[in-house]
Design a protein around this ligand. Structure first.
Ligand code: PHE
Length: 339
């Protein structure tokens, strides 16, 4: 029996040296100290021994049991410590590594121009108005003195929902809506989406944005129109820009003008981007036609006014040097990230 106990001790020392995890320790514990463990079985057999041998072997066995327990306890602590260190190492964060950059949005160039325009006109006493994109034929054409046979009414140009309702082709109907609900003085701008049945190419898009302006009061003159638009051009494109008014035609203004800005690339000398003219067209404008005042019940003898309308995409293309209008609507991040 003594020999057996000695062997068990040697075995356990050998085995405990090679354990590497808590599961192995549990296994050894069961193998030696469990209900059917080797030491337990020997303890049960103490009764078979002579009264002489029994106390000595009993003592030896109990001591062995304690020694095994102690050894396994030490091993358990060692392994727990190792495992904890391993885990800490795995979970440790290297604070010197560069962080992951989260994507930041940018403001769309169309919105940049709209924001800037609103800022400019608010600062000189204009208010911001809005109108519906789905519009009545009456507001889009009729009340703007656009006769039934005008080319702008051509089915080719407009998206009609039915005979009376269409997607607005310009922001000018907002002028009528504003004048219908208030008396002069009026100083407003209106911005928003417009729609025309144009095939998309580098300068056309079936959906685009416009900025409309309207001022009505006693004694408003063409000089006021020139002054206001010059302020706009200077603040939008720079103080060194020149503004030019050419005769034009719109059914709702008389006289009407096309407004040009001196070329941003060649400063008026003439280059490829301005067709060697030195000028770029940026909007239509004019003095409100008395026929329009009659439609909204303003007295054309008492009041005069000016109006203008421009394409936001065109302004943005000139301001940022963009050569294809489709870029605004393709949502290509490589393009949008630049603003
Ligand atoms: N509504 C005109 C267009 O879309 C622009 C314009 C507005 C012209 C106001 C004169 C006055 O072309």
């Amino acid at each position: 029996m003594e020999k057996k106990i000695k062997k068990i001790k040697e075995e356990i020392i050998f085995k405990s040296n090679s354990v590497s995890n808590l599961k192995d320790i549990e296994k050894i514990k069961v193998e030696y100290l469990g209900r059917k463990g080797l030491v337990t079985l020997l303890l049960r057999r103490l009764g078979e021994l002579s009264t002489q041998e029994r106390p000595k072997i009993g003592q030896l066995l109990n001591q062995t049991k304690r020694e095994i327990e102690e050894l396994l306890k030490i091993k358990t602590i060692e392994i727990e410590k190792l495992e904890k260190n391993k885990k800490l190492k795995e979970e440790s964060i290297d604070v010197t590594l560069p962080g992951k950059k989260s994507d930041r949005g940018t403001i769309h160039p169309i919105n940049l121009v709209l924001k800037k325009t609103e800022e400019i006109f608010l600062s000189i006493g204009f208010k911001i108005e809005e109108g519906p994109e789905v519009e009545l034929d009456y507001y889009n054409f009729e009340a703007l003195n656009i006769p039934k046979d005008h080319p702008a009414r051509d089915d080719q140009d407009s998206f009609y929902l039915n005979r009376e309702i269409l997607l607005r082709t310009h922001t000018s109907p907002v002028e009528i809506r504003v004048m219908e609900k208030q008396q002069p003085p009026v100083r407003i701008i209106a911005t928003g989406k417009c729609y025309r049945r144009d095939a998309a190419d580098s300068t056309h898009s079936p959906m685009f944005h416009q900025i409309e302006g309207l001022a009505v009061d006693k004694d408003i003159t063409f000089g006021d129109l020139k002054g206001v638009l010059t302020v706009f051009v200077h603040r939008m494109f720079g103080e060194d820009r020149k503004v030019r008014f050419r005769p034009g035609y719109f059914p709702f203004t008389e006289p009407s003008a096309e407004v040009d800005v001196s070329c941003l690339l060649c400063h008026g000398k003439g280059c490829r981007s301005c067709g060697y003219s030195g000028w770029l067209e940026i909007m239509g404008a004019g003095m409100t036609d008395p026929a329009v005042f009659n439609m909204v019940g303003y007295d054309p003898e008492k009041y005069s006014g000016f109006a203008f309308g421009m394409g936001v995409e065109r302004i943005a293309m000139l301001k940022y040097g963009i050569n294809d209008i489709r870029l605004f609507f393709e949502n290509d991040l490589r393009f949008l990230k630049q603003f």
